[in-house]
Design a protein around this ligand. Sequence first.
Ligand SMILES: Nc1ncnc2c1ncn2[C@@H]1O[C@H](COP(=O)(O)OP(=O)(O)OP(=O)(O)O)[C@@H](O)[C@H]1O
Length: 554
Amino acid sequence: MELLKQFWRLAAPYWFNKANWYSWVLLGMSVGASLTMVEITVWLNEWNREFYDALAELKVDAIYPLLLDFCWLVAVIVLLLVYADWLSQLVQIRWRKWMTERLLGRWFANGTHYRMTLGDEPDNPDQRIAEDARLLTSDSVELFIGGIRSAAVLIAFSSVLWELSGDIGIPWGGEVYHVAGYLFWIALIYAIVGTGVTQLFGYKLHGLNYQQQSKEANFRASLLRKRDNAEQIALFKGEANELQHLNRSFADIVSNWGLLMNRRKNLGLVVNSYHQTAKMMPLFAGIPALMAQIITLGGLFQVRMAFMKVYAGFSWFVHSYEHLTRWSATVARVAQFEEAMEKQPPLPQPSKQQQLNCQQLDLFTPDGKKLLDKVELSLPPHSQLLISGVSGLGKSSLLRTLAGIWPFYQGQFELAEGQTMLMPQKPYLPAGTLRSCLSYPSEQCYQDTDLARVLNLVGLAHLATNLEHQGEWQQRLSGGEQQRLSMARALLAQPDTLILDEATSSLDELGAKALLETIKQQLPQTTLMMVSHQQSLQPLFERHLDLGRFAVTQ
Ligand SMILES: Nc1ncnc2c1ncn2[C@@H]1O[C@H](COP(=O)(O)OP(=O)(O)OP(=O)(O)O)[C@@H](O)[C@H]1O
């Protein structure tokens, strides 16, 4: 029940949105094609009787036209089958596109992606957005269309079986009992028993499938982390350690896979024995009707096909069991992710005043430990402030708060009017052209001359000819060069307030000083606030603040 509620919350906003009417049309066409195919299959069933009767009576004249009929019946069935699937895939990709955009939109809205890392984040958001959203939409559509198709097959062929069964007399205890539609009843009982047994053997698959998906995602995420930190690992010669971790993570996959495999094997034994028996069962079951001359030999083959179809209709659940368990695990994972995103409290939007101010600002870690007590700070426009303090004091947390991404504070602060830009110690350089890397996060197209000018100013003139070069800049540039590039961004953006969090820590003291002098010279109107441990930078700042004054006394 909870699962259905979760599914409703995920699916209703798409399917009950007027803008998505075309998906309803496509879905309707796919269902229509499936139903028409069922109708044609009923004709094919009728053809079976005529064909085998003609064979039994050696009516050569009747056989050739029947062969021709067979060709067009099969051609139409194949066309309908292919187009029903094609349309269903079109629905799947439209829905997936919407769902992926919605998940991404929510994830990136209001810094949610960052805030989720500060609490108990549901594991592997990448897997939930990429893999789970794909499976959720494709499995839902396939299960829906498959369900309707199976129900139609069931109804159509049940009535065929019922008619073919006639009214058969079963002698019992000296009396003869008449049973109508006995072939239908046999098919029904056969399928119900199969469904029950499958449920019994398959119920643990749900949990195991869920575990498997999450263990696979953990392994993938670990591999990605290794790739991102390849240099550090190589420098530390940490390969043996990494290998051990990866092997352990993969061993988790293998052990869960073992459980899943055995469960599937047991399920397979049941489903396959059942399926194999189902092929002959209708011929044995039809013998009484043949003996009672209710059906002909052609009728027996018609019974066989109809029985198989009824069996397939009833046992749709049997064969879709794994599909359903995977679907339910996926629904749970995406729903959990959406719920976690919804639970994130909105970040308070700092108000803006003429100047940056903090009043009685207390800062905490995400788990509630107090870092700084009653911070008082004011920064007049165009002034420069250097903040110092011992490591782990809470300097970066203060800057994160001012940047509006750290919600763990009490008290008040106001930012200065205009644009505020924060440069962290480790700049983020997205893969792509150097041009896009320089203008990140803005989509603005700067002139080549401007880009070359700022590169020159920050000491990266040699890169000015590489503006269109695609690359992994984070790996390619040295730590100091990355920080220089980050400063080039600030020169391009010309913010009203620039906050630097140890943004020159990878540079030598002289280089750092020269770079800051350039920033001050080029951005005379910009208010500057910097956290740094570099003593040589002190003379460049007119104001100093030792944040240790606000340290929490133990
Ligand atoms: N996401 C987090 N979860 C839990 N604790 C955190 C988190 N981020 C920071 N902290 C803790 O908050 C404290 C202050 O961290 P912060 O990065 O603000 O220090 P800092 O003064 O900038 O240190 P440094 O000079 O070494 O960069 C540290 O003890 C740190 O472990």
